[in-house]
Design a protein around this ligand. Structure first.
Ligand SMILES: Nc1ncnc2c1ncn2[C@@H]1O[C@H](COP(=O)(O)OP(=O)(O)OP(=O)(O)O)[C@@H](O)[C@H]1O
Ligand SMILES: [Mg+2]
Length: 514
C-alpha cells in the first residue's frame, strides 16, 4: 500500500487503465470464445445427427430387404465428406450390416479427434437397425484455434489502444497536475513571478483549477510585494517614530529642567530680595553717615590748617581723606550690587510702551562712552525699517546695558562692538557682536545662571546675564549666543514686535519672574 502511495499519478493512471482494459478484454474474449465454440459445436452436432438420419433412412430399404451391397453404396457416398472417418450400419440383431472406412490418421488418438453420431433407423415405428458415424474433428479444432488467434490479436490490439489512451489521459490529467505541482513548489520556494499556467488551455475542470491557481498566485504575489514594501519601509518608519519619541523626550526633559530652574529661581529670588533689603538697610546707615563724616573732616582740616599745621594730626588727615574715598567707593559698589540683586528678584509687572529701540541703544552707548573711551569702537548697523517694539523701557535698557558691559569687559586692549538690528517675521532682532575673548564651550551653558562669573572676585557678581535673560523672557523673547574662544561673542535678542496679548491679559504686565 505504501508503495502504491508513492507511485506517481502518471504511472497510477497507466496501470489502472492497463489493468482495467486487460481484464475487460480478457473477459470479453473468453466469453466470446465460449459462445462461438458452443455455437459451432451445437451446429456440428445437429449437422452430424441430420447426416446420420439421412444416411440411415437411405439405408432403410437395404436393411429391410437385406441387401448389404446397396447399403455399402449408400455409405460410400460419404467419401465426398472428408471429415467422415468411418460409418458402421448395424441390423436389428446388432450385427454389422455394412461399413465404410476412410484412411486412418497418423500420430493422433482417435478419441481425441473424433466424434460419434449414433441414430436408430425406424420404419413406421419398427426398429430396423442403427447407424454410427465417426467424424474427424480436426477441422473443428483448427477453426477453434483460428478464433483463439483472432481473439488474441484483438486482445493485444486492445491493450495497445489502452496504452495509447492512457498516454492521452496522462496528457490531459497528469501533465496539468505536474505543472501545477511545479508551480506549488516554486511558490513554496518564494517565487511568485510566473503569470500563466502552461496547462491552462480549456475550460474543463483542469482549466478552471489552473485559472483559480494563477489568480491565487497573483493575490499571493501582491500581498508578498506589499509585505516586502512594508518591511523595506519599516526600518525608516521605526527610525522616524524613534526620532519623534526622542524629540518628545528631549522636550520633556527641557520642560522639566525649566520647571526645576523656575522653582529654584523663585526660591532664590525671595532669598536675594531679603538679603538685598537687609544690606540696603545697613548700607544706608553708612551711606547716610559718610557725607557728614566727610563734611566734618573737611571742617576739621580747615580748623587744623589755621592752628595746628605743625601737629602730627595734620599729617593723618590726608590718610583719613583717602580712607573716606575708599569707603565711599565701597558703598557705591555695594549699592550697585544691591541694585543688581533687586533687579534680579523684583517682580516684572509693568506697563508696556512702544519703544524706539535705536534711540534706546544710542542712549545706552552714550552712558557707556566713558567705559568705551579708548577700548572699543562701537559700530551701528541699524535697519531703519525696524518698527517700534512694545516693551518695558527701563528693563530692556538694563538688558542692553548688561550685554554691552560684558562685551566691553571682554575686550582686552582694543576692539570693536557691532550693534545690528533688523526685523523678520513679526520680530525685532538686536545683535551685539564683539571681537573680545569669547566664551569657553564648557562655560557657555552656565552664562545665564545667576552668580556665574569668570571675572575676578569683586569685579563681577554673575547676575548681569541672568537678569537680562529674565527680562527678555518676561517679554516673551529669546536670547541666542554664538561664541568662539579668542574670536569673540555675538548675543542676539529676539523680541516680538507686538505685545503678547495672552500674557498681558493673564498678569497685567509682561509676566512674573520665572
Ligand atoms: N561678551 C562676552 N564675552 C566673553 N565672555 C562673556 C561675554 N558676556 C558674558 N560673558 C561671560 O559670562 C559670564 C557671566 O556674565 P554676567 O554678565 O552674568 O556676569 P558678570 O559679567 O561676570 O558679572 P556682572 O555682570 O554681574 O557684573 C561672564 O563672567 C563671562 O565669563
Ligand atoms: Mg556682566
Amino acid at each position: 500500500m505504501m508503495f502504491w502511495r508513492d507511485v506517481s499519478i502518471k504511472h497510477k493512471l497507466t496501470l489502472i487503465l492497463m489493468l482495467t482494459s486487460s481484464l475487460t478484454v480478457l473477459v470479453a474474449c473468453l466469453a466470446f470464445y465460449g459462445l462461438v465454440v458452443n455455437h459451432f459445436q451445437k451446429v456440428y452436432k445437429r449437422d452430424m445427427n441430420n447426416l446420420a438420419l439421412i444416411v440411415g433412412s437411405n439405408c432403410k430399404a437395404a436393411l429391410m430387404f437385406d441387401v448389404p451391397e446397396d447399403a455399402g453404396v449408400v455409405l460410400a457416398t460419404l467419401k465426398g465428406r472428408k471429415s467422415v472417418r468411418q460409418v458402421i450400419l448395424y441390423d436389428k440383431q446388432g450385427h454389422v450390416f455394412a461399413s465404410y472406412k476412410a484412411s486412418a490418421l497418423k500420430g493422433t488418438s482417435v478419441k481425441e479427434i473424433c466424434s460419434f453420431s449414433r441414430k436408430i433407423i425406424l420404419d413406421d415405428g419398427t426398429y430396423v437397425g442403427r447407424i454410427v458415424i465417426e467424424d474427424d474433428m480436426r477441422d473443428m479444432a483448427r477453426g477453434r484455434r483460428q478464433i483463439l488467434l483472432i481473439l488474441l490479436l484483438v486482445g493485444v490490439g486492445s491493450l495497445f489502444s489502452a496504452f495509447w489512451l492512457s498516454a492521452i489521459l496522462r496528457n490531459v490529467v497528469s501533465k496539468p497536475l505536474l505543472s501545477l505541482t511545479e508551480m506549488v513548489k516554486r511558490i513554496a520556494a518564494g517565487d511568485f513571478q510566473f503569470k500563466k499556467c502552461s496547462s491552462m488551455r480549456g475550460r474543463d475542470e483542469m482549466g478552471v483549477l489552473c485559472s483559480a491557481f494563477v489568480e491565487m498566485n497573483k493575490r499571493l504575489r501582491d500581498s508578498h510585494e506589499r509585505l516586502e514594501e512594508y518591511n523595506r519601509t519599516l526600518e525608516g518608519r521605526v527610525a522616524a517614530r524613534t526620532e519623534e519619541l526622542q524629540n518628545a523626550m528631549d522636550d520633556l526633559r527641557k520642560s522639566q529642567a525649566q520647571l526645576v530652574q523656575s522653582e529654584k529661581m523663585a526660591a532664590l529670588g525671595q532669598l536675594v530680595a531679603g538679603v538685598a533689603h537687609d544690606i540696603n538697610n545697613n548700607i544706608s546707615f553708612i551711606a547716610g553717615a559718610l557725607p557728614n563724616i566727610k563734611r566734618m573732616t573737611n571742617e576739621l582740616v580747615v580748623e587744623m590748617a589755621e592752628n595746628h599745621k605743625a601737629s602730627p594730626a595734620w599729617q593723618m588727615h590726608l590718610d583719613i581723606v583717602s580712607l573716606l574715598a575708599n569707603a565711599e567707593e565701597g558703598v557705591r559698589r555695594t549699592k550697585k550690587i544691591v541694585q543688581d540683586l533687586n533687579a534680579f528678584s523684583r517682580s516684572s509687572h509693568g506697563q508696556l510702551v512702544p519703544v524706539d529701540i535705536h534711540a534706546e541703544l544710542n542712549n545706552i552707548i552714550n552712558l557707556l562712552r566713558y567705559e568705551c573711551r579708548d577700548k572699543a569702537e562701537i559700530i551701528r548697523d541699524f535697519d531703519p525699517d525696524l518698527p517700534v517694539v512694545y516693551c518695558q523701557r527701563d528693563h530692556m535698557g538694563q538688558a542692553y546695558m548688561n550685554i554691552l558691559l560684558n562685551a566691553i569687559q571682554a575686550i582686552e586692549k582694543r576692539g570693536t562692538i557691532r550693534l545690528k538690528t533688523w526685523p523678520a517675521g513679526g520680530k525685532a532682532y538686536i545683535s551685539f557682536q564683539d571681537n573680545g575673548s569669547g566664551i569657553e564651550p564648557e562655560a557657555l551653558e552656565y552664562i545665564f545662571d545667576p552668580f556665574f562669573s569668570t571675572k575676578p572676585v569683586g569685579q563681577g557678581t554673575g547676575l548681569g546675564l541672568s537678569i537680562t535673560y529674565n527680562i527678555v523672557k518676561n517679554h516673551h523673547g529669546k536670547i541666542e549666543v554664538h561664541s568662539a574662544p579668542g574670536r569673540g561673542t555675538e548675543i542676539v535678542i529676539i523680541l516680538p514686535v507686538e505685545p503678547c496679548k495672552k500674557a498681558d491679559e493673564e498678569d497685567g504686565g509682561v509676566g512674573g519672574m520665572e
